[in-house]
Design a protein around this ligand. Structure first.
Ligand code: XIL
Length: 380
């Protein structure tokens, strides 16, 4: 894999000034007009990012770059600008960032025709300043269960008077976001959670009910037309192991491709909230996707600490990262957050799950070292 090496042509910037939130929706986003490098030709012999004799002294970013993979984190712009420690970790440790919510429909166009780009622009600015790629999460997320919890689809979409206007809203939304951020985004989660959360049927969200699954085909085609070199993904939850949901996702993705959707890969969210990841099972799933010609990514990894045992957590993290790196077509591991102080699980499950690689005081945990050692030992 050369992707990550291409992205690392410029050295990581350490302790850079903080970005400022762009206040107005109408101010042009300077990060949006200039390429962060992904379309450039790679150098003949990429320099190693990590020159230290002991690889464990290197950042995750350096290690990932040397091994040709993406290591990412979901980020929130208010902390990028408000917490120097948070910003330093994000800049130093990751070669990719995912806007945790800043690119979502509810964030970018909460009222019809009223675009609010400040948060998304701040993420784009940060990525550009730190020579990182963005995973564009997510263009359309209409899952009926998640929508209720997170109000992820603005009400005016469900209230569209007819199918044609609803389709028009989707088209407009995708066009606005992809046009604005194509140059800093090399992967898009075009469709998030198309299946029901705990079952294995197609989710009966309002878009699928009214438009059928062809809205997804159209979303992929439109995104590809607007950003032809980006890799386009379906992103799904609870599909990291063999079983009915994995099978249903494979069937759906194959149907969408057969109907003309240019899908490059599948994102496995990997919120292992209920227990330990099943590493052999995860590898089966990753290889199944490989066998149908699709790449995979671990897109939202977090693992709560079982019995507050950071060593067991470290083993679980190593299992997931090793499973990905052992399968050639798995190119990315993205964490769903940066430190335990900022995890979404503090709201979703309550405080104390401590699911990430850095603790509340921004210190690396055993899980951090396990991930670093696993990448360092990878043969990629
Ligand atoms: C979550 C964010 O982390 C929360 O801050 C927000 O309130 C709701 O969305 N699956 C996804 C992510 O695809 O976008 C979700 O992110 C977590 C579950």
């Amino acid at each position: 894999m050369s992707d990550a090496r291409v992205h690392e042509r410029a050295p990581a910037v350490r302790r850079v000034p903080l970005v400022m939130l762009v206040a107005s929706a109408v101010i042009a986003c300077s990060a949006c007009g200039a390429s962060a490098g992904r379309r450039a030709t790679p150098p003949a012999t990429p320099a190693r990012a990590c020159a230290r004799p002991d690889p464990s002294d290197c950042s995750l970013r350096q290690l990932a770059t040397d091994h040709g993979v993406m290591i990412g984190a979901a980020v929130q712009p208010e902390y990028l600008s408000g917490s120097p420690d948070y910003a330093r970790i994000v800049g130093d440790e990751f070669n990719s960032i995912t806007p945790e919510s800043a690119f979502k429909w509810e964030s970018t166009e909460p009222a019809r025709g009223r675009f609010t780009w400040g948060a998304a622009d701040a993420v784009a600015q940060f990525a550009r300043a730190h020579h990182q790629q963005i995973r564009g999460h997510t263009l359309v997320w209409a899952n009926s269960t998640s929508a209720k919890q997170f109000t992820i689809l603005p009400d005016y979409v469900a209230a569209a008077p007819d199918a044609a206007s609803m389709q028009g809203l989707i088209d407009e939304h995708i066009t606005a976001v992809v046009t604005r951020y194509a140059k800093v985004t090399d992967r898009w989660d075009v469709v998030n959670e198309p299946l029901e959360t705990t079952g294995s049927q197609l989710d009966t969200n309002v878009l699928t009910r009214i438009l059928g699954e062809k809205w997804m085909v159209r979303a992929f085609r439109l995104t590809h037309r607007l950003d032809p070199t980006a890799k386009l993904f379906v992103n799904e939850s609870l599909a990291e192991g063999p079983g009915p949901k994995h099978q249903a996702l494979m069937a759906l993705v194959q149907r969408l491709r057969a109907a003309g959707a240019p899908i490059d890969g599948v994102g496995l969210q990997a919120h292992f909230l209920g227990g330990a990841p099943d590493r052999p099972g995860l590898e089966v799933v990753l290889r199944d996707w490989q066998s149908v010609g699709l790449r995979t990514a671990i897109t939202e990894l977090d693992i709560p600490t079982p019995n507050h045992d950071p060593v067991a957590q470290a083993t679980r993290y190593a299992d997931v990262v090793r499973a990905c790196l052992d399968v050639r077509t798995c190119n990315e591991v993205t964490l769903w957050g940066v430190t335990d102080a900022h995890t979404w699980l503090n709201d979703f499950l309550g405080p104390g799950t401590a699911p990430l690689l850095f603790d509340d005081s921004y210190q690396p945990k055993p899980a951090y070292r396990a991930v670093a050692a696993t990448i360092a030992a990878s043969h990629r």
